[in-house]
Design a protein around this ligand. Sequence first.
Ligand SMILES: *Cc1c(COP(=O)(O)O)cnc(C)c1O
Length: 422
Amino acid sequence: MTTTLHATRLALHGGPRAVPEGLVKAWPQTDDDDRRLVLASLEGGQHAFGPNCTAFQDEFAAWTGVKHAVATNSGTAALHMCIAACGCGTADEVIVPAYSWSSSATCVLHHSCIPVFVDIDFATMNLDEAQIEAAITPRTKAIIAVHLHGLPVRMDRVLAVAQKHGLKVIEDACQAHGAEFQGRKAGAWGDCAAFSFNQNKCLCAGEGGMFVTNDEALAATARQLWSFGETRAPGQSRDYHVYALGWMYRMSDLVAAFGRAQLRKLDRNLARQRENAALLSDLLRGAPGLLLPEEPEGCSHNWYNYTMRFDARALGADDPRALRDRLMKAMQAEGVQTGVWQSFILPSMTVFQAKDGFGRGHPWSHPAAGPVDYAPERFPNALRHCATHTGMTTPLRFPNGEAAVRATAQGIRKVLENVDQV
Ligand SMILES: *Cc1c(COP(=O)(O)O)cnc(C)c1O
């Protein structure tokens, strides 16, 4: 196979594509069940937070293995509810990995709290559990564990540090539906957790999210800011009085109907995703200059995003970022649906560098705030990851299977084995 590929010109230079057009099917797939539930909601009378929302909360809580779930209009909203539920207040510090989606850190700001970043473990791409303790100060209230790309954080280590210092643990499970650590699902480990149902997530409802917890008091606090600060118990009638500062984070019934229909297919979809990832790793193992994603002992990845890194030195290049960009362009020309998911580490983003969330430097300028250092060079593993990674979602998603995965692996190998042409 290798010899033939060497004889083949890269698609970048006019050769044939490794992945034929149309082979990789789009995400998500919808069927009669989606149409039936969404149409029933449309023809029903309750379009705001309606019966599908309540049912979706119950079904998702049961599926995840938690007691309480509150359906929201985004994962970001659910994360903000987590910060509030954990009792974080103005100028409190919350520990966040240096590499994630922006919401993992801006949710902290949304509640006037201050994110304190911890570097990632290069191997897992998740926050380095061993570096958490050094970031704790008397102002620290909580730790946000992001199960990045669907790989669960080793929650036993996070919980041990949290317990020792009396901190709350929030899981950003927005990418981690069905991922498991030691047999328990992501979202069921911490004090509370947030999920997202946006377009690209493993459960797509268009937009939307879910706040989950096993703690009734935390659920009640989260609900306070979820719906105008009305702080009414779920069964209570509204009195239209604002008891506390609230937002409007509720889900609509149409979204919940779509989400319920997709939840019924989630186990099937995740099983396919895991099969596809296993096959892809088998086919890519040993490809020159390629670092494959790992699945540490006790962790069951959901393969939301199959992320690879390139070893520039092994490929004879001295600028890792420039090489990554060239390799990715060549792979895209082969039809490999690869891309850079997030190319900035969080502390380097302007909002944190400027230390101004709400004007006048708030919350960093608050008298109760402590000093925090967002110098990017303090996070070398996150920086190295940013310069070397590329990832994929769609080729691994249902209904894609062996044909799409084999063609994708062939496209990746073809480029790496002909790096002189890149
Ligand atoms: C998608 C995502 C979010 C935000 O979810 P939205 O529904 O888009 O608000 C938060 N954290 C992570 C890690 C995500 O991937």
